[in-house]
Write a protein that binds this ligand. Structure first.
Ligand code: CMP
Length: 140
């Protein structure tokens, strides 16, 4: 994935609350093009693989349980400067610290159930996108 793409998940809390449409609207209005998208649900094992980088963190077990607790939407997004611009759009990990008007400020319930994921680098955007989408599925 080039530096004009990032990867996002609408997490179980936001999906369950019926906020997926509103979040996708904010994403599109901010200039991101959705180039791949699917609704799915992680198993605990797959959630553990996705967040393997955090496996030594105290919140890892709870995070895997939470991320496999219900449906999510996974998507690859395209825009110039995608990773950085998307992280600005979603706001800080902890919604208490997120700027006004950001997706997490508006929709997140807690530091764990924080509505959306956004890749933190071009390298991870590629890894995370490939975790969910095969070459044959990514048709755009
Ligand atoms: P995300 O951006 O998807 O990356 C790692 C996730 O771990 C993060 O969003 C939160 O859902 C969760 N997380 C990060 N820090 C904490 C924390 N201190 N306590 C609980 N969950 C956390």
């Amino acid at each position: 994935m080039a530096n004009n793409r990032t990867f996002t998940m609408i997490k179980p809390d936001a999906f369950e609350a019926g906020n997926s449409g509103a979040i996708l609207k904010m994403i599109e209005e901010a200039g991101f093009k959705i180039v791949a998208m699917k609704a799915t649900q992680l198993t605990p094992v797959l959630a553990g693989k996705f967040y393997e980088v955090h496996k030594e963190r105290p919140f890892y077990a709870d995070l895997c349980k939470y991320m496999s607790s219900g449906p999510i939407i996974a998507a690859i997004l395209e825009k110039d400067n995608a990773v950085e611009d998307f992280r600005a759009l979603i706001g800080a990990t902890n919604p208490a610290n997120a700027a006004e008007g950001t997706i997490r400020k508006i929709f997140a319930k807690s530091i764990e159930a924080n509505a959306v994921h956004g890749s933190d680098s071009d390298e991870n955007a590629a890894i995370e996108g490939n975790f969910y989408f095969s070459q044959t599925e990514r048709v755009l």
